[in-house]
Design a protein. Sequence first.
Length: 172
Amino acid sequence: MRHTFCEKCASRLTDREIGGAKRQVCPQCGSIVYEHSRPCAGALVVDRGCVLLVKRAVDPFKGYWDIPGGFLEAGEHPAAGAARELLEETGLSIEPIEVVGLFVDEYGADKIPTLSIVYHARVKSGTARAASDASEVRWFALDQLPDKLAFPWSRQAIDALIRILQDRSTRH
């Protein structure tokens, strides 16, 4: 995302190469604008061999299935953010068990860089229902997932969870 003015002194930014990367720099105060991925968290809730997905009610990818989750609040721990997002989108109170993985992507037409932390979780309480920006919730068998997944990293996260579960079952 390009900025026009310096956040510190409001001077117009210019482009300059620094350390082999093109950066926006303030010629007045010397501030450098570093782009960062926005942190997100979500959870793959598993119950009786099925995973809970939500159908997106908003763009991007409206009508596609997605891992419940979203952007973290400032200072929010990713596990707490995943639990908050699950409650908002599905009505379920969850307990994150372990991190499935970290996934890099872009969000929306503005291609906002994101870093998603995805947890494997279990239901603590509640009944699954669509809420917030989800139009539907559904449990899918891990071998019968929908074709229309919202983000490219969603399939990677589900595949990583399947490997974790298979690994765990072969050890017992």
